[in-house]
Design a protein around this ligand. Structure first.
Ligand SMILES: C[S@@+](CC[C@H](N)C(=O)[O-])C[C@H]1O[C@@H](n2cnc3c(N)ncnc32)[C@H](O)[C@@H]1O
Length: 228
């Protein structure tokens, strides 16, 4: 599905969010307080639009996604490393990163808790997690938001996306996604502590931040016979 929407993905996103996506990404980067030299894995990075924003801080960033179509669509504009990888089995060593980020991606991964545990594995103790995802807007705005999802989003998607059906999935997956508090509990149960969240655009999007505690993770990926 993501291969199919890859070509017009960034432009359609900006249209659907009325340009808010750029502001959400900037706030995501600010929430991490990254420093030059830090290592960041941006998971489900798609065209790496989020990775570029993270790398502007001077941190070393890698974009990982399992859609080659998305990675290819962004490749020409990106100087960061790109890796074809499944969020549930990342090809990275344990404790390799100072931070793991995932923007508008966790909702799409089939096993949310499994992905969060995998992110904890590749993050060093004391390292950070940042999840930027659609969430539950506050009550007075909820109706308008759901009207946008039901009525406006399909019209924009039909005009500008290469696969309008994928945007029906978007609407359904947002509807089925846990609210801020429930997602925080899932994160806390997956090897993270100090979980906090911040709402953006009346709660349409939430940034969940957490810290990795405990001992460094064990060996990352078992080596196949004969390797190492
Ligand atoms: C909505 S896009 C988000 C892209 C980008 N992070 C952004 O902020 O625009 C969701 C991405 O999640 C990726 N994805 C979904 N499940 C995945 C998985 N298990 N492993 C890696 N990537 C995954 C899709 O390929 C897609 O590129």
């Amino acid at each position: 599905m993501f291969d199919e929407v890859a070509q017009n993905y960034d432009r359609t996103n900006s249209l659907l969010s009325f340009g808010q996506d750029r502001r959400w990404r900037r706030r995501m980067v600010n929430a991490l307080a990254l420093e030059p030299g830090m290592k960041v894995a941006d998971i489900a990075a798609g065209t790496a639009v989020s990775t570029k924003e993270l790398a502007a801080t001077g941190a070393w960033c890698v974009a990982a996604d399992f859609s080659l179509g998305m990675l290819r669509a962004g490749a020409a504009t990106v100087s960061q490393s790109m890796v074809a990888a499944d969020a549930l089995a990342l090809p990275f060593a344990g404790s390799a990163f100072d931070a793991v980020t995932i923007s508008f991606g966790l909702r799409n991964v089939v096993d949310t808790a499994g992905a969060l545990r995998e992110f904890a594995r590749v993050t060093r103790p004391g390292g950070q997690l940042l999840v930027c995802e659609f969430s539950q807007p506050y009550r007075p705005f909820r109706w308008g938001y759901h009207f946008h999802l039901r009525r406006i989003l399909p019209v924009i998607a039909a005009k500008f996306s290469s696969s309008p059906e994928a945007y029906s999935y978007l609407r359904e997956s947002i509807g089925a996604w846990p609210d801020q508090k429930k997602l925080a509990a899932t994160i806390a149960a997956a090897g993270w502590t100090d979980v906090t969240w911040r709402n953006m655009t009346f709660g349409v999007v939430a940034l969940h931040h957490a810290v990795r505690t405990g001992e460094p993770a064990g060996p990352a990926i078992p080596l196949a016979d004969g390797q190492g």
